[in-house]
Design a protein around this ligand. Structure first.
Ligand code: GLY
Ligand code: MN
Ligand code: MN
Length: 442
């Protein structure tokens, strides 16, 4: 897989160009208290090109002769005492198959012998290293090139993404079932993580959201520590990571296991929005058009419940949808949860509420992996000012909406691969009210 990835990157450059690519891998992060280090997770571009899961490595790719070279940290016997290993260079040569391995203190020698016209790197830190060796660093090209490569997934990458979605999906079902007997949000999180971790998947691709009641309208709620109100509903937005590849799934369900109003009616609106946008996903379709469609479905649903009134087109015109659905419809998914490649060079976010948070303003192509995640929230911080705003006010049924201010929110999120003619939905978690009730009833 990583060999294929390197080849894909090499192919973007003139084969005989007198140039190198130079990347630094990740380093260990520590917390602000003693004796705690975060479990190491490789930097995504480095992972994409090498598969090396250890900290402090570097990479040189030589465009002129299409070779690649792994730069190892110089580890001493103290490292073996505290960390348990010091592998010899041959280990890395055999495991990862580079054309050569060298130590970081030999970089100077390499750069003095092989002094190319250009060295492509990702950012200021590596550029500074290169300037220290009197080399010309180019930081413009490589980020774009890697984003281009990573935005279309190979079959091997898709396999990792499918497994991540499968195991995260199982964990969602387990956590859903655990929610009924749980007193606190973190109990549901523990049930979720018990499943992912016992499958050997130790990394979270993002901070999971385990939100009950009104907390479900907090878009980045990560405290996950409050008591679950009786008869409330619950939102889980959580994934897992397989060989660095992420799943990112959201489900919303009643803690009691039985949908009742107002949850049922509002849930059906989001369900319609995700079903219709998923069925519209195929090559040639623009993500922003899918988002606009979801916005219309949400406004139409709210109108059907008498929560807003007026012509849908007039509401679209003033972006009324963003009061209820203030985030983007989705993003690319891969080695990063919000994966690279969502915006081509020169493309800016749409200057419109809600839509400006769309993280992939792309026309869909086969091999792209995206999330679709419409939501509907009752957010006091948005609705209170809107009740007083002369543009929004005429469309809002204030007295009905006020009754829902403590309701929270609903989001449903699936992970799709774009195929030749449509999509493959990798997310194996039920979405319909009936199926969720069945699952929760055991
Ligand atoms: N959980 C992050 C997201 O859905 O984008
Ligand atoms: Mn998510
Ligand atoms: Mn997402």
């Amino acid at each position: 897989m990583h060999e294929h990835n390197r080849k894909k990157l090499f192919e973007l450059f003139q084969p005989s160009a007198d140039a190198l690519i130079y990347l630094k891998g990740g380093t260990v992060l520590h917390r602000y208290n003693t004796d705690f280090e975060y479990s190491f997770r490789q930097e995504s571009n480095f992972m994409y090109l090498t598969g090396v899961k250890e900290p402090d490595f570097q990479l040189i790719m030589d465009i002129k002769d299409q070779t690649w070279h792994l730069v190892l940290p110089r580890r001493d016997s103290k490292f073996a005492v505290w960390m348990g290993y010091v592998h010899p260079p041959e280990y890395y040569k055999e495991t990862f198959g580079p054309d050569s391995v060298l130590f970081e203190d030999q970089l100077e020698l390499v750069f003095s012998r092989r002094s190319p016209e250009t060295v492509y790197c990702l950012g200021d830190e590596t550029a500074d290293v290169l300037r220290g060796f009197n080399l010309t660093a180019n930081t413009d090209t490589l980020p774009e090139a890697l984003a281009y490569c990573r935005s279309i997934k190979s079959e091997a990458e898709l396999e990792h993404l499918r497994i991540a979605s499968k195991i995260a999906g199982e964990a969602h079902i387990i956590a859903m079932k655990a929610a009924g007997a749980a007193g606190f949000e973190y109990e549901v999180k523990a049930a979720y993580e018990y499943h992912t971790k016992r499958n050997g998947l130790l990394h979270e691709p993002y901070s999971g959201i385990f939100a009950s009641g009104a907390n479900s309208a907090i878009l980045h709620y990560v405290e996950n520590n409050r008591a679950i109100p009786k008869n409330s509903h619950f939102l889980i937005d959580a994934g897992t990571e397989v060989e660095g590849y992420a799943a990112d799934i959201t489900r919303t369900f009643p803690v009691s296991g039985r949908f009742e109003n107002p949850l049922s009616d509002l849930y059906d609106i989001v369900l319609k929005a995700i079903r219709e946008t998923i069925s519209g996903a195929r090559p040639g379709v623009k993500m922003e058009d899918l988002q606009l469609h979801a916005c219309r479905v949400i406004l139409d649903g709210l109108k059907g419940l008498g929560l807003v009134h007026g012509r849908i087109e007039d509401m679209m015109e003033i972006n009324l949808f963003a009061l209820f659905f203030p985030h983007g419809l989705g993003h690319f998914l891969g080695l990063d949860t919000h994966d690279v490649g969502g915006y081509l060079k020169g493309v800016e976010p749409i200057d419109r509420p809600g839509l400006r948070f769309l993280r992939a303003r792309r026309t869909l192509e086969k091999g792209m992996v995206i999330t679709i995640e419409p939501g509907l929230y009752m957010i006091p911080a948005l609705l209170e000012p809107a009740f007083k705003d002369k543009t929004n006010k005429p469309f809002l049924n204030e007295s009905k909406l006020r009754k829902l201010l403590g309701f929270g929110g609903i989001r449903i999120e699936d992970n799709l691969v774009i195929t030749e003619t449509g999509y493959e939905n990798m997310t194996p978690v039920p979405k319909s009210r009936e199926r969720i009730e069945e699952v929760m009833a055991g």
